[in-house]
Design a protein around this ligand. Structure first.
Ligand code: ZN
Length: 418
């Protein structure tokens, strides 16, 4: 094993150069204009490494049908599937996304290039999630040059639209049957924990209707905002009930340290509210939106029935309130058996290369990986480079530690070489 580790240790500059090249291709979404450029870059790297490479475009119609709120995003939705059969018994699926969130004007370094400073690399996407592919290219080159046979056949899926969803490139590849493997490593995660579970996600919306009128005679109209109050109260009662539940899956280390919460919990939130035009007009519509995150032990049908029954309560108690609602599953929850040999293997290797015990944990948020797991049934582990409390993924000055990037090449090297 040592020759590989030594070699990888000497290749950090090359990894940073690859990462810089990836960060410079501005794949922020919205709008996701440069997806093809990023995928062409990845495809040519894989071809040089002897992989069979397929560039996969999500058909526009399907993209718009599955993501009705994203129809304004122009540009091709491009993904890459790269496979290499080495004649091994088992196949390892490795995935992450090459799209990133946009960068604000408040960065202290140029966001779309890598800046190395104080032992860190700054750039949009270095943590979420371009560092993983950069490390992977270094590892695959190392295996070639040192003539080390991978322990697994490799199926690598680099995808897009994870940051927008719900129906990302990974979901499409899952539906196309392109994710055939025995084990699944998602590089879309941080290095604090190994994520083996995630909450499911439901988007809900309630529209309360009124009748607009001159507010001086407001009693002649119907005030949609005031009629929303009983609706909100009912939702708050449901929130209290839902949020008493606890999963058996451990919460992330960051959450446990900050809040004392030991396991995943479900939540219900009101996150959007739109109503009213002007002080002197009775509002004729109030739109509330929110989400409901459900733990792996719950399921969408039960969560929806529970939401339905809250809405029924409102109808019974306040028959004069006129409203409509919707409640849609965005992502299923994910749960990989914590005793699965693949989970044990990933945990062992992560522990060895990082020199600490890496815990298994669930994510409060939802992952497109969960969709792929639902379709394929694969045991999945998410482990990445960034640190939750330091890397500022999605924020300004996103960064990773250089030592963590090196750790990650060793992690991938050991995992792939066996
Ligand atoms: Zn990500």
């Amino acid at each position: 094993m040592h020759p590989l580790f030594d070699y990888l240790g000497s290749r950090t500059d090359a990894t940073i150069k690859t990462l810089d090249e990836l960060v410079r291709i501005q794949t922020h979404v919205p709008p996701g204009d440069n997806y093809e450029k990023a995928m062409d870059y990845a495809a040519s790297r894989f071809e040089h490494l002897g992989f069979d490479v397929e560039k996969i475009f999500m058909p526009r119609e399907l993209f718009e049908k599955k993501n009705p709120r994203l129809t304004h995003l122009k540009g091709d939705r491009v993904n890459v599937s790269a496979t290499r059969d080495v004649g091994a018994k088992k196949t390892l699926l490795i995935n992450t996304h090459l799209d990133v969130v946009p960068a604000s004007a408040n960065w202290s370094t140029p966001p779309f290039e890598c800046t190395v400073k104080d032992g860190r690399i700054f750039g949009r996407g270095v943590a979420d999630s371009k560092g993983g592919p950069a490390a992977l290219f270094t590892v695959l080159s190392a295996l070639e040059e040192l003539d080390i046979q991978p322990e697994y056949n490799l199926n690598i899926a680099l995808t897009t639209d994870e940051e927008m969803g719900p129906y990302s490139g990974l979901c499409y590849l899952a539906d196309l049957g392109k994710l055939k493997a025995d084990h699944f490593l998602s590089m879309d995660g941080d290095s604090d924990d190994i994520t083996i579970a995630s909450n499911g996600n439901i988007d809900w919306q309630v529209d309360v209707y009124g009748r607009s009128y001159h507010s001086g005679s407001s009693f002649m109209g119907v005030n949609a905002i005031e009629n929303s109050i009983p609706v909100m109260n009912e939702l708050m009662a449901l929130k209290a009930k839902v949020e008493k539940r606890r999963s058996k899956v451990p919460a992330s280390m960051a959450i446990t340290e900050k809040t004392g919460l030991k396991t995943l919990m479900p939540v219900l939130n009101i996150t959007v509210m739109n109503a009213g035009v002007k002080q002197n007009i009775v509002p004729d519509r109030c739109t509330m939106k929110g989400d409901r995150r459900f733990i792996p032990e719950e399921n969408f049908d039960d969560a929806r029935l529970e939401f339905d029954s809250a809405m029924k309560n409102i109808k019974n108690k306040y028959p004069y309130i006129n409203f409509n609602y919707s409640c849609d599953e965005i992502y299923a929850p994910m749960l990989t058996n914590m005793d699965h040999p693949w989970v044990k293997e990933v945990q062992k290797v992560a522990g060895e290369v990082s020199g600490r015990e890496v815990r298994l944990a669930g994510a409060q948020g939802s992952l497109d990986v969960a969709y792929a797991v639902k379709v394929t049934g694969l045991p999945a582990c998410c482990f990445g480079i960034g640190r939750r409390m330091e890397s500022n993924a999605h924020g300004d000055n996103e960064n990773i530690r250089i030592e963590d990037l090196e750790m990650y090449t060793k992690f991938l090297g050991k995992l792939i070489a066996g």
